[in-house]
Design a protein around this ligand. Structure first.
Ligand SMILES: Nc1ncnc2c1ncn2[C@@H]1O[C@H](COP(=O)(O)OP(=O)(O)OP(=O)(O)O)[C@@H](O)[C@H]1O
Length: 269
């Protein structure tokens, strides 16, 4: 290898925050994932999109160290993932705030679980800052039943961010929200990622959401899931929702992802 190629390899390795290397998974009779490899560079946003049951959630659980793959492996920031790594935040479709804790007590919960009550009390200032940026400053003492679905989801984002994670793993985080709330949550998530330099990996069923948020869209096939295409999204940042109608490249990317998801349908059209 030439010196220049050596330097290039070192640079790309250093930039890769999440490395998924030949990951496959089998549940008893079901092969959920065939063999999946990709990297997500530090500070970038990647989405996984594919048909229902193709193994997206399985893959995200493996990346987050919540389960071990049957074959292959994952590294985050150069460390092999064997259990949920510190510095990684999770968010799933149902926000599952604890009903008996106030909003702010919910937000500091990850700190309390990991580091105890005193650390959770010390984290309240940071929690208040996050709640302010999520427009929930007047609800810190409210209980989850007093929040709308969108507000609860915003509180769950604050909870994910309270420990300043460098890597965000999101499994259809906005699937249950109405369209308008979902759009504003997408803008908010992008703002947070740009401000903190976090690396994000998100599972979604929405093609426009994947294109709007991502630097790369990872398209998967039917089960057993394998990657059919990785599409780089070259739209400038920060993106606002105007980009979805004002920039013709947005529709081109959407059509590209749609064709990659259903190659036979696209070929017939
Ligand atoms: N614990 C389990 N035991 C057995 N099979 C499972 C288990 N979890 C998932 N599967 C199967 O593995 C396959 C992949 O499931 P997974 O939830 O990862 O898919 P997905 O792409 O996230 O689906 P969806 O888009 O519908 O949420 C499915 O066929 C599912 O039935």
């Amino acid at each position: 290898m030439s010196e220049a190629a050596d330097a290039g390899a070192a640079r790309s390795h250093a930039a890769a925050q999440v490395v998924v290397d030949h990951v496959a998974h089998r549940y008893a009779e079901v092969t959920a994932l065939a063999e999946v490899s990709f990297t997500v560079e530090r500070g970038t946003f990647a989405s996984i999109i594919g048909p229902s049951g193709c193994g997206k959630s399985t893959l995200l659980h493996i990346v987050g160290g919540l389960m071990r793959p049957s074959a292959g492996g994952v590294t985050i920031a150069g460390e092999v993932v064997r259990k949920p790594p510190t510095g990684t935040g999770y968010m799933f479709q149902s926000s599952t705030l604890l009903a008996w804790r106030t909003v702010i007590e919910n937000v500091v919960l990850p700190i309390e679980i990991r580091h105890g009550r005193a650390a959770a009390r010390a984290a309240q200032a940071r929690a208040r800052e996050l709640l302010r940026s999520a427009m929930l400053q007047d609800f810190e003492k409210a209980y989850p039943r007093e929040l709308s679905g969108g507000m609860a989801q915003r509180a769950a984002i604050c909870r994910m961010l309270v420990s300043d994670p460098g890597v965000l793993l999101l499994d259809e985080p906005f699937g249950a929200l109405d369209e308008i709330t979902r759009e504003s949550m997408n803008e908010e998530l992008q703002r947070v990622c740009l401000a903190t330099g976090a690396t994000a990996l998100m599972v979604t069923h929405s093609i426009p959401e994947a294109v709007f948020l991502s630097d790369q869209v990872i398209v998967m096939s039917d089960r057993p899931g394998r990657i059919t295409e990785i599409i780089d999204i070259g739209l400038p940042r920060p993106r606002t929702f105007e980009v979805t109608t004002a920039d013709p490249r947005f529709a081109e990317y959407v059509n590209h992802v749609r064709a990659a998801l259903a190659p036979r349908t696209a070929a017939r059209a």
